[in-house]
Design a protein around this ligand. Structure first.
Ligand code: HEC
Ligand code: HEC
Ligand code: HEC
Length: 418
């Protein structure tokens, strides 16, 4: 027993030493506050578009915090990671970072002082960015107002606090280097490919993750994030209401599609930011996504259970939801309001997105403030949510009832972000 334990310790020590040597990255020396005054305004504008496509603000801004100052908690199966301050503050942000240091962080996931960054920062996608796009993002961020703010310390499982271990993860999942736009038969689709795989990092939510947080194949085949379903982006052409590239572009730019519904949950901040990106780039993303559609996977649809629906669902819908969602409600008659029957949250095999929508509502955000639904988490009991969800599913959606509502509601409540 003792010798086994001793050899285990020796193995661990050897691995840790190997990781330390192998993961070692030099410090890149600090520079004085990077000068951006006098920078070309065209460059800053391009940087603004790049940063919008990359969602940098979504993760690097906490609930009540200043833009880009960090502190947003990201929950992972291994604990909570807080985003860093990427404003040009020299002490708490990246104000003393040279372009070289910034580029290394984006391409290799390494901080200026040489420590490896956690892949909650999607550098495995950003690594594909072109040099010029990284430079534009750098100059844009350096032109922001510096904010002095130190995010809280991460709360991670013990072995993962040892960052050199990330070198092993990088060996598996990081393929560093630019994948620039190359001449192709359709230049717009090629631009879309570049944007989806690099800046858009769509796969970090729309691909399944394995136990160590690596993205599973096929890419964009559907995943889950914060207890929401992120549907497959390779099966958009096959639903009951197939998407077109034009519909997808409208959805991505405006947060809502008259034929499919609104962007909710973790997708909402993505569309909020894409509203600031260039129209040509969002059109390219839509066209590329529609070019990677594959034959539909067989539906996991459960068979109808044949149970009569509780009357309670219809009554609750009339009281709590119909003022907005009935066909004659003022909201439904306003332009571009999708019918609930079209929403994937109603037609999907899993009820999680509908439950999440009822619990959390659709938040009031700039620039899409018109698309608002109040949260019902504190108003309805689990049983009431189950009955109204089943009513929407069966009576409005004309689909077989969900069998696993109570478990999913308990789960969604447990996972609800504070
Ligand atoms: C999905 C969330 C997410 C998005 C989107 C995101 N980041 Fe981050 N970023 C993080 C996290 C988390 C960290 C901290 C990782 C750590 O501490 O190991 C980080 C760290 C960084 C760092 C290193 C800072 C330091 O002090 O070491 C830089 C630079 C950075 N991000 C820039 C960007 C840019 C530029 C974008 C947009 C192109 C972006 N991030 C988008 C989550 C994100
Ligand atoms: C104050 C108005 C309002 C009320 C009340 C309301 N909703 Fe909503 N709901 C919205 C808006 C706005 C959206 C976003 C889609 C849109 O604009 O049509 C939405 C979206 C949804 C969606 C997702 C549809 C999509 O776009 O994918 C579902 C499901 C839903 N609501 C169910 C309910 C249920 C169930 C209730 C009652 C418990 C309810 N809503 C109450 C305004 C409301
Ligand atoms: C932070 C996680 C996240 C990222 C990043 C993300 N999505 Fe999503 N997306 C989701 C979630 C969750 C949903 C389901 C919510 C909903 O339908 O309202 C969704 C829904 C969608 C839908 C609607 C699908 C349907 O059938 O209703 C489309 C289309 C979509 N995303 C495209 C994209 C594209 C393109 C990108 C990259 C530019 C992207 N998403 C990036 C999380 C994400």
């Amino acid at each position: 027993m003792k010798t086994k334990f001793a050899s285990l310790i020796i193995v661990v020590v050897i691995c840790a030493t190997a990781a330390l040597i192998w993961a070692w990255q030099p410090v890149i020396s600090a520079v004085g506050r990077a000068a951006t005054s006098g920078q070309d305004p065209q460059l800053i504008l391009r940087g603004q578009h790049i940063v919008a496509l990359g969602d940098c603000m979504v993760c690097h801004t906490s609930k009540a915090g200043e833009p880009y100052a960090g502190g947003l908690p990201l929950r992972t199966p291994f604990g909570t990671i807080y985003t860093t301050n990427i404003t040009p503050d020299p002490d708490t942000g990246i104000g003393s970072w040279s372009l070289e240091a910034f580029k290394r962080a984006i391409r290799y996931g390494v901080s200026r002082d040489g420590h490896l960054l956690y892949p909650a920062f999607p550098y495995i996608h950003y690594t594909q960015m072109s040099d010029t796009d990284i430079e534009a993002a750098y100059h844009y961020l350096m032109s922001r107002t510096p904010v002095s703010y130190m995010p809280p310390d991460n709360e991670l499982l013990l072995p993962l606090r040892f960052r050199p271990l990330l070198a092993f993860w990088n060996l598996l999942y990081l393929r560093p280097g630019e994948r620039p736009i190359t001449p192709a038969a359709d230049q717009q689709i090629e631009r879309g490919r570049y944007l989806v795989n690099s800046l858009g990092h769509c796969a970090s939510c729309h691909s399944a993750l394995n136990v160590i947080g690596g993205e599973a194949k096929p890419a964009l085949g559907g995943g889950s994030v914060d207890a929401w379903e992120a549907p497959a982006l390779t099966a958009l052409a096959h639903g009951r209401t197939p998407w077109t590239a034009e519909q997808l572009e409208t959805y991505l730019r405006s947060g809502i599609s008259a034929q499919h519904g609104a962007a909710k949950g973790p997708m909402r901040p993505v569309t909020d930011r894409l509203a600031d990106a260039s129209q040509a780039d969002v059109a390219a993303i839509a066209k590329y996504v529609m070019s990677i559609q594959v034959a539909a996977a067989p539906s996991q649809q459960q068979t109808a259970s044949g149970q009569p629906l509780p009357q309670q669902g219809a009554v609750l819908f009339a009281a709590a939801c119909a003022s907005c969602h009935s066909a004659s409600a003022p909201m439904s008659m306003a332009a571009r309001r999708p019918s609930l029957t079209l929403s994937r949250s109603v037609t999907a095999d899993t009820p999680v997105n509908l439950i999440q929508t009822v619990l959390g509502g659709v938040p009031w955000t700039v620039p899409h403030s018109g698309i608002y639904m109040p949260p019902f988490a504190d108003v309805l009991t689990d049983e009431q949510i189950a009955s109204v969800a089943q009513f929407v599913r069966v009576d409005i959606g004309k689909r077989p009832p969900w069998l696993n509502l109570p478990q999913n509601i308990t789960y969604a409540r447990k996972e609800m972000l504070p």
